[in-house]
Design a protein around this ligand. Sequence first.
Ligand code: ITT
Length: 203
Amino acid sequence: MKIIFATGNKGKLAEIRAILDSDRFEIISMKEAGFSGEIVEDGTTYEENALIKVRTVRKYLLEAGYPGEYIVMADDSGLEVDYLGGKPGIYSARYMGEDTPYSIKNQAIIDALDGVPDEQRGARFVCSIAMIFPDGSEKTTRATYEGIVAHEAKGTNGFGYDPMFYLPQCNATDAEMPIEFKNKNSHRAKALKQAEEIIAAMY
Ligand code: ITT
């Protein structure tokens, strides 16, 4: 089955390709499928934004006459920091400006929690996966990945906020852990597993 993935984020796409079973799915990015338009993410939840992405790309593919049967899939995700009242949440990509380097964004969150004890540094990544099937029906899944805000940004694996996302049980940040660990345990890994189960029940 072909999956056209509606994301422009290269870090996400690399993880998605590593997580989804390559024997069952051919993953094609929206760019590879010819989509180069803007997607206005003006939903108020991860699910709404993920659905906006799949609907926008599916509309394009249908109008462009993209051949064959395919599922359009998207990921909307974000980082929620308890001490910041759940921010940046669905605005994680836009937080402090879309083009601001993550070294600066990560340090800003660490600085905002200066002196805050570990018990109050709780944070989680949230991921919602949306799918539109060939018959036009839609499904979403959601999963979380729990950690705390690190005292220092460390590591180079992953992308985005991974260097400041500390996993106490691993004594390491997400960006210091092997990629295989994140791709088994992350919000994205778990939400994609649920998506795979939904697909398996349908086909
Ligand atoms: P697309 O909409 O094109 O998929 P995007 O980066 O704009 O790309 P989102 O709107 O879903 O995607 O924003 C998700 C942001 O949340 C992402 O840019 C990171 O800042 C953060 N994020 C999500 N998952 C993450 C992860 O696994 N590791 C680090 N940061 C993550």
